[in-house]
Unconditional design. Structure first.
Ligand code: CMP
Length: 226
């Protein structure tokens, strides 16, 4: 089924911010892919042949150090991934991508993506803009891991997730292990801190979804510890 440009513009900020003419040139090359929860989209080290935009659902980006899984990012509806291995010949996937819930992706093949970039340098600039934002986030993660204690990192991550979902409810299911992977901590420590926050009436966890009951106090805790 052909992809509807208006729908794409609505759900993916990357496409909302480019000229309609450029979007109209991209859309005919795009196709949909559907995944169940917990499916591997690609593995670190694979040859990259497509870039993906998330129409609905969520994707975890991981890398492995021996047996330990390190979470680089949790991407959700509207975000894209898989561009890094497409820009230069010989590059492979820098990380593994796995779905965290049923997920619908809009895909673009490497050859089409490269042709489109060569034809319109605005697309390259636009990608660069998003890449800078990712670098900024990665730098912040390095800072947090270096200077913040585990509890503060957990509180900060919960506040950020709440913000990303536009409120106090985090509608996706997050396990203690996933949260531990996100903040670079042991699962046991995360469970202990979450219990503490629940006992203090600051958060509520039901069926692995979080609600921030008192974001103002959480915010204060963050500032005190920083
Ligand atoms: P690629 O290397 O093709 O495959 C893995 C993808 O994960 C990569 O492209 C990026 O799109 C994405 N990725 C890698 N590192 C990060 C990060 N720190 N933050 C967000 N996305 C990332």
């Amino acid at each position: 089924m052909p992809i509807d440009a208006a729908k794409l513009r609505l759900s993916i900020p990357f496409f909302r911010e480019i000229e309609p003419g450029l979007l109209a040139r991209i859309v005919p090359f795009m196709f949909e892919k559907k995944f169940r929860k917990g499916q591997i989209i690609f593995l670190e080290g694979d040859e990259g042949d497509e870039i993906y935009f998330i129409g609905s659902g969520a994707v975890g980006i991981y890398t492995f150090d021996k047996a330990k899984k390190v979470t680089l990012a949790f991407l959700r509806e509207g975000e894209y991934f898989g561009e890094m291995a497409l820009l230069k010949p010989g590059l492979v996937r820098s990380a593994t991508a796995e779905t965290l819930m049923p997920t619908r992706l809009y895909a673009l093949r490497k050859s089409d993506f490269q042709t489109l970039i060569e034809q319109d340098r605005n697309l390259a600039f636009h990608l660069l803009d998003y890449t800078m934002e990712r670098l900024r986030k990665a730098n912040q993660q390095i800072y947090d891991l270096t200077f913040l204690n585990v509890k503060t990192r957990i509180v900060k991550r919960l506040l950020l997730l709440g913000e990303e979902y536009g409120g106090t409810r985090i509608p996706v299911k997050i396990t203690h292990q996933q949260l531990a992977d996100m903040v670079g901590a042991a699962r046991e420590t995360v469970s202990k801190v979450l219990q503490e926050l629940q006992d203090q009436g600051l958060i509520e966890i039901k069926d692995k979804t979080f609600r921030l009951i008192d974001p103002a106090t959480l915010e204060r805790k963050l500032l005190e510890d920083q």
